[in-house]
Design a protein around this ligand. Structure first.
Ligand SMILES: *[C@@H]1O[C@H](CO)[C@@H](O)[C@H](O)[C@H]1NC(C)=O
Ligand SMILES: *[C@@H]1O[C@H](CO)[C@@H](O)[C@H](O)[C@H]1NC(C)=O
Ligand SMILES: *[C@@H]1O[C@H](CO)[C@@H](O)[C@H](O)[C@H]1NC(C)=O
Ligand SMILES: *[C@@H]1O[C@H](CO)[C@@H](O)[C@H](O)[C@H]1NC(C)=O
Ligand SMILES: *[C@@H]1O[C@H](CO)[C@@H](O)[C@H](O)[C@H]1NC(C)=O
Ligand SMILES: *[C@@H]1O[C@H](CO)[C@@H](O)[C@H](O)[C@H]1NC(C)=O
Length: 651
């Protein structure tokens, strides 16, 4: 099981490392502080015989379109509801959050089905009643419509934005496009669209350069000329996205910094839908963006234009250097199910989706991918049949049809079942099984031992969703993050039966909180990681690292968990030993109902780096006083530890 990572030059000998860990558990009640010191011992057996290589993709990411994670988040499109169809293809369609500039005497706005795009027929009809002269003169600045984006567009000085829209009018047009503040004044960029003949739908492209910065800007389209103008598919994208691939740079960086081994996408319940008609259907999310119908995600209750579609998810995984894991709808939603006898069209849709990802550029669906600018196949080696559907009436029947079709067409693809194989052996073939857990901090801490006792045979676990989600974790705090860290240490120790793990949900746009705790919190212009995010930083070297056998001796009043790994620094090809120790007093949990008085303020989190072999003492980082803070930044949580990384001695 050991790879070349532990090269012969520094092959570990039978060397026993013994660390003494000083545990200082402080309790605060009123103003009094009572201290109780305990000592625990950590034994690390660094012999090759006790070592085991951990999976290459052990820790990764799960992206779900929830909390406006993609639409209004990672996907950099600034216009919300660009095709005016957020109410579906019925009239009058919802144009929200677009609004009208001007009153009834000067403008009338409605929707009709005159779009040139087959799959999204709704267009906006804007009848301008006022004019530049005559009896009904338009107000200064004109009348028209504006879009505030997703709670404000972040327009930054010196950056360039690409505007694309489709326009039609029976008369010559003179439309003024501007990026203004949230009240429509203080334009930071303007451009005019002047055309004599747009009697047929005409695509207009323009670039806008920002002469000022405003994180809550809006896009305005105004005119002072009487007439009727139809508009459709209005898009504004910053040119500055990751590799020009459309991903918001700051949010992409947060993902890349976690060095994810895999990317599970696009959901979650988002994949299922409350109803099948609202589930994510990959074929509706590919091709030119303006032709995509978009859809209403009825579980998380918002419309998405599907700019972030099947292609973009594969691109995202490739850009992150992560293994893509496609979760597809298996004909089951929260409220309706396709009968297994009729599932064949769904199965074909998924085979087509795999061909789209990795077929030759001259295959039916591979050619569509190639036309989108990616002739080389994407990697796609993992798929999951549905999300949290095990036990539903048609799950097993549907699953078996997907399984045999995919196994037959793509024998190398690993197939993930929704059924939990940790408690009972699966009654169907699978390469991995899903395991989801959302629990309180105390349960999560106990779950660190869960996989110790499960069967070592059969398919391995994919812990594709985990998070502390209870009252004692607030909107994400250090207590939750520590419990999650203990869970992940447990997964490292059990990485012979756990193949992969990902936290959920990944992203939160502060303006649309659907889940309580999340890893990355952002608005139009700013982003920070919650303690759960920074916690994951402690595990970024774990993928593919060597796990050493380690045992702890401690008093029962304190719960401790530890792991010891050897990982390779690719920059200098040296191997390092990393020990992670986490202590949580049982008292923490027993007293949590009255925690204002008795919750210990210190939860000890130890991480260190030292040459190997070595007798050097571990250098612990203890994080104090932050247990109930909802927002922690890198400095708060791991400042000291980051220091330790840069100073870590070489082997
Ligand atoms: C616990 O240990 C620390 C560090 O060794 C020491 O400063 C402190 O006084 C000890 N507390 C008690 C109650 O023994
Ligand atoms: C456990 O506690 C007892 C009594 O306080 C102490 O004598 C013993 O050394 C402790 N053991 C460890 C491993 O810390
Ligand atoms: C270390 O592990 C190896 C392999 O399991 C075992 O043979 C050896 O006795 C262990 N060493 C110590 C000091 O426990
Ligand atoms: C974004 O969040 C930051 C930090 O909370 C806040 O200062 C800023 O005003 C927010 N920006 C917008 C546009 O809401
Ligand atoms: C955290 O706890 C301390 C002490 O119990 C309290 O004074 C403080 O207000 C709390 N902070 C938050 C954000 O709840
Ligand atoms: C992190 O928070 C600390 C204290 O809350 C603050 O001093 C520091 O500037 C912050 N660091 C960053 C990078 O925001």
């Amino acid at each position: 099981m050991l790879s070349g990572k532990m090269g012969s030059s520094n092959a570990p000998c039978n060397f026993l490392l013994v660390f003494l860990i000083g545990l200082c558990t402080l309790y605060r009640c009123s103003a009094a502080e009572i201290g109780a010191n305990q000592t625990a011992r950590l034994f690390v057996n660094a012999s090759e015989a006790s070592a085991r290589k951990m999976p290459k993709h052990l820790f990764g990411l799960f992206f779900e379109e929830i909390n406006h994670a993609g639409s209004g988040g990672l996907w950099a499109e600034l216009v919300s509801n660009r095709g005016f169809e957020s109410g579906g293809q019925i009239l009058p369609s919802s144009i929200s959050p677009w609004s009208t500039i001007g009153d009834e005497s000067s403008i009338s706005v409605s929707t009709d089905l005159s779009s040139s795009f087959e799959r999204n027929k709704v267009a906006l009809r804007m009848e301008v009643l006022c004019d530049s002269k005559g009896t009904n003169v338009c107000p200064a600045g004109g009348v028209g419509i504006y879009n505030p984006g997703f709670w404000g567009m972040n327009i930054e000085q010196g950056k360039t934005y690409r505007l694309v829209l489709y326009i039609r009018s029976l008369e010559p047009i003179n439309v003024f496009v501007s990026l203004t503040d949230s009240h429509g004044s203080q334009a930071v960029s303007t451009v005019s669209i002047i055309a004599d003949d747009v009697s047929k739908w005409t695509k207009v492209e323009a670039t806008l350069e920002a002469k000022g910065t405003n994180p809550s800007s809006r896009l305005q389209l105004t005119t002072t000329k009487k007439g009727v103008i139809w508009l459709d598919q209005v898009s504004l994208m910053p040119l500055d996205t990751y590799k020009g691939h459309g991903f918001r740079n700051d949010l992409f960086k947060m993902l890349a910094d976690l060095k994810p081994g895999f990317l599970r996408f696009p959901g979650g319940c988002f994949v299922e839908g409350d109803w099948l008609r609202n589930a994510f259907r990959w074929k509706e999310t590919i091709g030119p963006w303006e032709e995509r119908p978009g859809h209403f995600g009825d579980v998380w209750n918002y419309w998405t234009d599907d700019g972030l579609g099947h292609f973009e998810f594969l691109q995202l995984a490739e850009d992150l250097g992560a293994e893509p894991i496609w979760v597809f709808n298996n004909g089951i939603s929260h409220n309706d199910e396709v009968d297994s006898a009729n599932i064949i069209t769904f199965v074909q849709e998924i085979l087509d989706g795999i061909e789209f990802a990795r077929g030759d550029p001259d295959s039916t669906w591979g050619s569509v991918r190639a036309a989108m600018g990616h002739p080389e196949p994407f990697v796609l080696r993992y798929v999951a049949v549905g999300n949290e559907d095990c036990g539903k009436p048609n799950y097993l029947g549907n699953y078996l049809k997907f399984y045999s079709a995919i196994r037959h067409a793509y024998p190398d693809i690993k197939i993930i079942s929704n059924c939990d194989g940790s408690s009972l052996p699966l009654d169907h073939p699978a390469d991995f099984y899903d395991f989801h857990t959302y629990d309180s901090a105390d349960i999560m801490f106990l779950l660190a031992r869960y996989f110790d006792s499960i069967s070592r045979h059969g398919p391995k676990a994919f812990v594709s969703e985990y998070a502390v989600h209870e009252d004692n974790s607030g909107v994400g705090n250090l207590l939750g993050a520590l419990a999650e860290a203990s869970f992940l240490i447990g997964l490292e120790r059990n990485s012979d039966v756990v193949e992969m793990a990902s936290y959920a949900p990944l992203f939160l746009n502060v303006n649309d909180r659907k889940a309580v705790a999340d890893a990355i919190v952002f608005n139009s212009s700013q982003v920070f990681g919650t303690p759960s995010y920074w916690m994951q930083h402690f595990f970024i070297e774990s993928n593919g690292a060597i796990l050493l056998d380690s045992t702890l001796q401690a008093n029962s009043s304190t719960s401790l968990i530890a792991s010891a790994i050897i990982w390779q620094n690719l920059d200098n090809s040296k191997d390092y030993l990393r020990v992670k120790v986490l202590a949580m007093s049982t008292h923490t949990f027993l007293s949590r109902k009255a925690f204002a008085c008795s919750l210990p303020e210190v939860l000890l989190l130890g991480f260190s780096f030292l040459p190997f072999p070595s007798t050097q003492a571990l250098n612990f980082v203890s994080v104090k006083s932050y247990w109930n803070r909802s927002i922690l930044n890198a400095t708060d949580v791991i400042g000291t530890s980051l220091q330790a990384i840069s100073n870590s001695p070489r082997l």
